[in-house]
Design a protein around this ligand. Structure first.
Ligand code: SF4
Length: 345
């Protein structure tokens, strides 16, 4: 289906008007500072607004600008991020801050093309920062926007493929009402968060229901389309709970272990790997399951004793309660942290 510029622009105006009257008052909507917008956009990727609200302001208090973030120890950044998950985002944020400070005197570029040269800034973040901080009339297309626009305009191409993404981005760019890019980009995010939800069409609250192709054609359940997705892989993992003199053994995951690299954990190993030899004491003390994007950990935690004479590997240490509270641990360790809380001094 071909749409005229007039039709697209009118729809963009309806959405912007709706946002101006209905948008939620969120802390990151009060700023035009590119650093603060960047932090909010990175936090909001794959994380609910309610969760981000608990982390956004404390994070900015700890790292109020690019320079403080660039200069901070990585562990402090990961600790401030603990609970938001997807820690790679925090690492990229800091890496990007360092590049901006070292190569650009801490000054953000204002175009998507230049912004995308910074580590950790992809198409979506570049569009957000350029439009929300600098008023550039460019779209910011994330998963919400792909869903909303593929429904409104009846886009049948899979939105997780380049052709589907491009079709959405092209239409979004043509919808922007002149001078109103801020409201327009916010309106798509807001519609995707409150009205046009995954698997749900709240047409009674929708400002564009009269022109929505998916609604008219009964396709709100089938759009957006996606190509067949691989099922996450299930990995059985043994976790060693080793208490000695009132402290528990923890290990820092190395930078090579892409998943959760740099975070602390109770040492463990995947089924089939040849790690430390331990004598298990009976049944598992803790059973836990954690779902990541592409894998699931089925974990069993066993109490073990530290063998006399074994040398402590350099990536391990004995931790007391304070250490467990201060060091960054991934959400996957939650049940084991609770066990440690009851079993150390
Ligand atoms: S009518 Fe339904 S599917 Fe269409 S944009 Fe509105 S909420 Fe989304």
């Amino acid at each position: 289906m071909k749409y005229s510029d007039k039709t697209l622009r009118e729809a963009g105006t309806v959405l912007s008007d709706w946002f101006d009257g209905n948008g939620r008052d969120l802390p990151w909507r009060h700023t035009r500072d590119p650093y603060e917008i960047w932090v909010s956009e990175v936090m909001l990727q794959q994380t609910r607004v309610e969760t981000v609200l608990r982390y956004y302001e404390p994070f900015l208090e700890a790292f109020p600008d690019l320079h403080s973030l660039a200069a901070a120890p990585e562990e402090a950044v990961l600790k401030a991020w603990e609970g938001l998950g997807y820690y790679r985002r925090a690492r990229y944020l800091q890496r990007g801050a360092r590049v901006l400070c070292e190569n650009r005197n801490g000054i953000f570029p204002d175009t998507p093309e230049e912004l995308k040269k910074i580590p950790g800034i992809g198409d979506y973040c570049a569009g957000s920062i350029a439009s929300l901080a600098f008023g550039k009339e460019v779209p910011a297309v994330d998963g919400n926007v792909l869903r909303v626009l593929s429904r409104i305009w009846g886009i049948e191409a899979p939105v997780d493929r380049p052709e589907g993404k491009k079709a959405v981005a092209d239409l979004a760019a043509r919808m922007i009402p002149p001078g109103r890019v801020w409201s327009f980009n916010q309106s798509l995010m807001e519609l995707g968060a409150l009205v046009c939800l995954p698997g749900v069409c709240r047409e009674d609250r929708c400002p564009v229901r009269e022109l929505c192709r998916a609604r008219m054609e009964g396709k709100t359940d089938t759009l957006p389309r996606r190509s067949a997705r691989k099922q996450p892989e299930t990995i059985r993992r043994t976790v060693w709970l080793c208490v000695r003199d009132g402290r528990i053994l923890i290990r820092r995951r190395s930078g090579d272990e892409g998943l959760l690299a740099g975070l602390w954990e109770f040492p463990g190993e995947d089924e089939g790997s040849h790690g430390w030899k331990w004598d298990r004491n009976g049944d598992p003390a803790v059973r836990a399951r954690h779902v990541f994007t592409h894998r699931i950990w089925e974990m069993e935690g066993y109490e073990v004793s530290w063998p006399e004479g074994r040398k402590l590997p350099p990536d391990c240490r004995w931790a007391d309660r304070d250490d467990l509270a201060l060091l960054p641990f991934p959400g996957a360790m939650k049940a084991f942290l609770a066990w440690a809380d009851e079993n150390i001094d």
